[in-house]
Ligand binder design. Structure first.
Ligand SMILES: *Cc1c(COP(=O)(O)O)cnc(C)c1O
Length: 454
């Protein structure tokens, strides 16, 4: 057997095990010293190549301590998720393959595994089995891709070929978003030529869900961008009602469900997601709540024909049997076989395991909310999913509490502004987080509160 790769692979495996074996006790946010030591990377470009073991060792000795412990159990910043062990390992093997799943001709294995992952995703998310699915870098690009399909659908029905003719002189599309729209949807809209300043913003209720009464008139040149899982509150828009109206008017409904779409698996949240499948396109992430490594977003389009029309490269022939090349369903041509990790996560957890993971995160979010209330915090959202927004004291005092917790290394969460008021945002999205981790974090918050507020 050829051993060319062996030394580097075993070195990396050893270092990765050392990292992951200690990550639960690593300072959740890197210390100032660890961050300062990153200057070790400020080398000049070597004229002569350096030793590979020494290169990997530098990565571990100086890089690892300055990571945020998002694969640990007590990182609650943003909505990042961890990475399930099998998904990290599957990612390594897929990297060893070095396959681009552009088409079957590029990689029969990668395309097969991604095709199965796509089918399983529709199954577990309860979306129509004949939908089109594409794997993107994240929800930003999944939103972009879904909205590109929307643009193609609405304009082609008016006899306008946007892929060929562009947007100049095209029938004008009205875009409706929520006042709580995620910044990456705005970015997607600007990249698509819609202009993020040209949108109509719909008011939301106290928890950040779109107010149905505030929804403007819809027509067959309207795209409504809804949200399943507000990044602060976890709120889900009344998508069924919006989609019913949209379908009557010929409008298109897109759902940004970056993490929240996975809430659809919760038995006690059925009402929140009822009828969501009436929407036309969806964006979600695997690297957040499904706990695969970066990066993996997923775009789902009810009518795969529009996804294909918007993304196709060479042969413009749509295959009715669903076997369209991945490169013709997403923006990227060459890319890594990111669906492998989705497949590995779904296969090793199964429907029950994924549901239990999502459920556990929500339960621990409620535990957080109760614990924060007991500490005198005001919980400012209805904890419908895995997100908690809380506040106490002045903005300065709250920042001091956050800094205190950060320095303790016990846990990490970020600042936010919710409905015009400063707060902290806690997202429970890692497979590793237990009730004990929540209690340990609450103890750190309690100590910080006492230090700052007495
Ligand atoms: C994270 C997030 C996005 C962007 O997803 P990326 O994977 O970071 O590109 C979009 N919308 C919502 C609601 C999110 O939480």
């Amino acid at each position: 057997m050829d051993k060319t790769y062996e030394k580097d692979l075993l070195t990396a495996a050893g270092l990765a095990q050392d990292y992951l074996g200690n990550v639960l006790e690593q300072s959740v946010f890197p210390s100032e010293a660890a961050r300062a030591a990153l200057t070790a990377f400020d080398e000049d470009l070597p004229e002569v190549g350096r030793d590979s073991t020494e290169t990997l060792n530098l990565m571990h000795s100086k890089g690892s301590p300055a990571t945020t412990a998002t694969t640990g159990a007590r990182y609650f910043g943003f909505v990042v998720g961890g990475a399930l062990p099998t998904t990290t390992a599957a990612n390594w093997l897929a990297t060893a393959w070095d396959q681009s799943p552009s088409s079957e001709m590029n990689s029969p294995a990668a395309v097969k595994i991604e095709t199965v992952a796509n089918r399983w995703l529709l199954d577990i998310l309860g979306l129509p089995a004949d939908s089109g699915v594409g794997m993107t870098t994240g929800a930003t690009m999944a939103n972009f891709t879904g909205l590109a399909a929307a643009r193609t659908a609405l304009l082609s029905r008016k006899g306008w070929d946007v892929e060929v003719q562009g947007l100049y002189g095209a029938p004008e599309i009205k875009v409706i978003v929520s006042e709580e729209v995620h910044i990456t949807v705005e970015k997607a809209l600007s990249m698509l030529g819609f202009g993020k300043g040209r949108v109509t913003r719909v008011l939301t209720d106290a928890n950040g869900a779109m107010l149905l009464d505030a929804l403007p008139e819809l027509d067959d040149l309207t795209i409504v961008c809804t949200q399943a899982g507000n990044v602060n509150s976890g709120a889900v828009d009344p998508i069924e009602a919006i989609a019913k109206r949209a379908r009557e008017a010929g409008a298109w409904v897109h759902v940004d469900g970056a993490f929240g779409l996975w809430g659809k698996l919760l038995a006690d949240r059925v009402a929140l997601f009822e009828g969501i499948e009436l929407a036309h396109s969806f964006a979600t992430d695997a690297h957040k709540w499904l706990n695969t490594p970066y990066d993996c977003g997923i775009v789902i389009c009810h009518d795969p024909k529009f996804l294909h029309q918007a993304m196709v490269t060479s042969a413009p022939y749509f295959r009715e049997d669903g076997a369209n090349a991945p490169k013709d369903m997403v923006p990227e041509f060459s890319r890594r076989a990111r669906g492998v990790e989705v497949w590995a996560a779904l296969r090793t957890l199964g429907r029950q395991g994924v549901t239990a993971m999502i459920d556990r995160c929500c339960e621990n979010a409620r535990r957080f909310a109760d614990g924060l209330k007991a500490l005198g915090f005001e919980v400012r959202n209805d904890v419908v999913l895995n997100q908690v927004v809380a506040t106490i004291g002045t903005a300065e005092e709250l920042a001091a509490i956050r800094a205190h917790v950060e320095a303790s290394g016990e846990c990490w969460f970020g600042p936010t502004v919710w409905k015009g008021k400063h707060g902290i945002r806690i997202s429970v999205s890692s497979w590793r987080t237990t009730a004990e981790d929540v209690d340990r974090s609450l103890a750190a918050i309690k100590a910080a509160k006492q230090a700052v507020l007495g």
